[in-house]
Every structure is written in C-alpha cells, then in structure tokens.
Design a protein around this ligand. Structure first.
Ligand SMILES: NC(=O)c1ccc[n+]([C@@H]2O[C@H](COP(=O)([O-])OP(=O)(O)OC[C@H]3O[C@@H](n4cnc5c(N)ncnc54)[C@H](O)[C@@H]3O)[C@@H](O)[C@H]2O)c1
Length: 366
C-alpha cells in the first residue's frame, strides 16, 4: 500500500483529466469527487476509476466538457441529458439547478439521462444536504453487459444500481446519508479485491455456471471491459435477496425508464461505456414541518437507535454516513492508501496520455 495525501492525489488526477481534454473547472470537480470517494472509504469509486475513464475517452464513449442539457422544465419537473459527459460534473451542475428550483417549489423531480459514470452517488446527497434539502436518488447503469443476477437467477441481468437517501443533520447530529449499491458489493470493490489478491466473502459472487464463488476474477472481464479475459463472466448477487433485487428493478424503472435513458434490457444500446441514468426527488423539509421540530426528531431518533447495546462491544451501533465520516477523518489525517496495482495503472494511464511518470510521482509527493 502507498499512502498519498489527498491534495497531492487530487493534483495527479487533475493532471490526467486536463491532459484528457477537460477544462480546469471540470478537472477540479471530477478529481475532487474521486478523491472524496477515497477519503470516505469508497476506493471502488475513487481515483482507481481513472485508467478506465481514460480508456473510454480514447474510445469516444466519454466526452469531456459537457454541461447538463435541459430537455424539459415543466412545473417542478426538470429533465437533463448528459451526452456521455463526466457524471461527476454534469450531475453536480444539474443538482445545482434542481436545488435552486426546489427553494421555489418545495419539491422537485429531476432526472439526468445518458451521463457517463456518476461516481459516488452520496456526493449528490451531500450537495442536497448542504442546501438543507432532503433527497432520494435512484440510479441505473447501462451501455455495458449486466453484472448482477436476479434473486433465484444464475446469470446477470442488472448492474449494481445504487440508491441514495440524504437527510440534513443538526448542530449535534451529522447528516444521515444512506448510499448503497443494490448488489451485495459494488463492482469497484471487486476490482479492489482483485488488485489486492484477496478473496471475497461467501455468497457475494457466482461463477459463469451460477455456482457460488469467492474469487474476484470471475468478474475480471466486466472490470476491465474485456470479454477476452480468461475467466468467463460470473455475476454479483443482490443485497438482501429478493428485496435488493426488487430495489434494483426499480432503479431500472425509475432511474432508467422515467429519465428516458432507458433500461439495461438488451434491445437498448450497449457500446461498452458506463452510462448512468438517475431519477432524483428533492424535498424542502421546511415546507412539511418546523425545522426545530425536525431537528429534535432526528436527534432523538438517532440517539434512540444508537443506544441499542451493541451485540459485540467492539462494534457499536452506527447510522448510515458514520463509516464514511470515520474514514474521512482518518484518511485526511494519514493519507489515502492506494494499492500498488491501482497506482501503477493510474501512472500508466498518465504516461499513455503523454504525461511524464517522474513528474506524476513528484506531484504525488511519494
Ligand atoms: N455510479 C454507479 O453506477 C454506482 C453503482 C454502484 C455503487 N455506486 C457507489 O458505490 C459506493 C459504495 O456502495 P456500497 O453499497 O458498496 O457501500 P457500503 O456497503 O460500504 O455502504 C452502504 C451504506 O451503508 C452504510 N453503512 C455501512 N456500514 C454501516 C453500519 N455498520 N451501520 C450503519 N450503516 C452502515 C454506509 O454509510 C452507506 O450509506 C456508493 O457510494 C455508491 O453510490 C455507484
């Protein structure tokens, strides 16, 4: 493992993005998003995505410098087209417009279709929290073969379709932020395990015959978007059996279908990119109840839940958002751990773009 301070890591990523054609604002937004994912402990959606992004730029499946294109504004409904732009930047800008409209309307339904990978969806929940709003996000993933098997199935029919629900905090209680894949594990976490040479827990993966497997290489061809990889593709399993499977299906029908980006069913285009479509509800809670009442309820409810005596004294009860806060504090202090395979892949991606390896190492501060 290599430890890199967040600001240095961000500068490396900015260098790659700018070399890949992004303007300074976009490079800053995307790099900040990726590094914050690492800081929050979600290495799956952090800087390790850069080699793939740079490949997809080369293939014309990811377009730099896109703004969200408004395709509809109808009362409190806003619909955007992402034109395969960096999701981190396109959705940030779409959220800004939706949050502004929500101040006026109290409730907004916003969709973004056909953006390239939106990254860590919790980032948009945090954007909403910063504006004092409550938000719900349903996302599907298209343009590539599916990764996740339905409950009782033996091959993949979905991607890892994430859901995020965000609630502002109070002076005492930090925000509650649920941000989860509907698979037992996000694909990027299988990539991290593969790069570290680690096995995964039982029941998280099935192989190409539909049999349980702990070996992350069953997902290798998906991770590297390369059907020529030795292992025939297996699948991830849904979280919570049929319940997670039901949520994944609704990510297709809400995030995919209602946004007009459509679902992963095979009649729809699969060019080999990572397209995200998102449906977002934003609610101004002050239209529903007095803010002090809401804050009291949040504090009292979270205190009540956390007061449950832990089954294991070393593992107290947490709420959604706590693991990310704990990781953020540690990694801002100690630096971000990057495994050597991932780091080499990032450096190689920079060199392939024409950057100097020694300059990148110098920027990284290691
Ligand atoms: N863009 C995409 O296409 C895409 C697809 C899938 C996932 N993702 C992203 O991948 C990231 C990782 O997803 P994941 O499902 O692996 O995350 P995860 O399993 O690590 O965490 C899921 C949620 O559970 C909460 N949590 C974790 N441990 C907890 C505990 N002990 N008690 C209470 N709450 C706890 C976390 O705070 C988080 O809100 C997310 O940021 C998600 O948005 C993105």
């Amino acid at each position: 493992m290599i430890l890199i301070q967040s600001e240095n890591l961000k500068n490396v990523v900015v260098a790659l993005l700018e070399k890949g054609g992004s303007n300074a604002e976009e490079a800053d937004t995307v790099a900040s998003h990726l590094v914050r994912s690492n800081l929050c402990g979600h290495d799956s959606h952090g800087v390790g995505m850069m080699p793939l992004y740079m490949n997809k730029l080369g293939e014309g499946l990811l377009n730099p410098n896109q703004k969200p294109e408004k395709v509809k504004e109808d009362g409190s409904i806003l619909m955007f087209e992402g034109n395969r732009g960096y999701g981190q930047s396109v959705v940030k800008k779409a959220m800004e417009q939706a949050l502004e409209l929500c101040k006026e309307k109290g409730l907004v339904l916003m969709t973004v279709r056909n953006s390239y990978h939106m990254g860590r969806i919790g980032t948009y929940g945090e954007q909403s929290i910063a504006a004092g709003m409550v938000s719900l996000h349903f996302v599907n993933v298209t343009d590539h073969p599916p990764l996740v098997a339905p409950f009782r199935g033996s091959d993949a029919r979905f991607a890892t379709n994430p859901i995020c629900i965000a609630m502002p905090g109070t002076a005492k209680q930090p925000p509650v932020l649920l941000d989860m894949a509907t698979s037992r594990i996000a694909l990027g976490k299988v990539r991290v395990a593969l790069n570290k040479g680690e096995n995964l827990p039982e029941d998280w993966l099935i192989d190409h015959r539909g049999q349980p497997s702990r070996d992350p290489s069953v997902m290798e061809s998906h991770i590297y978007h390369d059907s020529g990889k030795e292992n025939p593709p297996g699948a991830l399993t849904p979280v919570g059996d049929y319940k997670g499977y039901g949520l994944a299906l609704f990510c297709e029908l809400l995030g995919g279908m209602l946004s007009g980006g459509f679902t992963i069913q095979p009649e729809n285009e699969r060019k080999g990119g990572i397209t995200n479509n998102m449906l977002t509800f934003i609610v101004d809670p002050s239209r529903l109840l007095e803010i002090p009442t809401m804050q009291h309820e949040i504090e009292a409810m979270v205190d009540y839940v956390k007061a449950s005596p832990p089954a294991d004294p070393d593992n107290p009860v947490l709420i959604a958002g706590d693991p990310e806060r704990i990781s953020l504090e540690e990694r801002e202090r100690d630096g971000i751990p990057i495994d050597e395979n991932t780091w080499e892949q990032i450096l190689d991606a920079g060199v392939n773009l024409g950057l100097n390896r020694d300059d990148l190492l110098k920027t990284s501060g290691i």
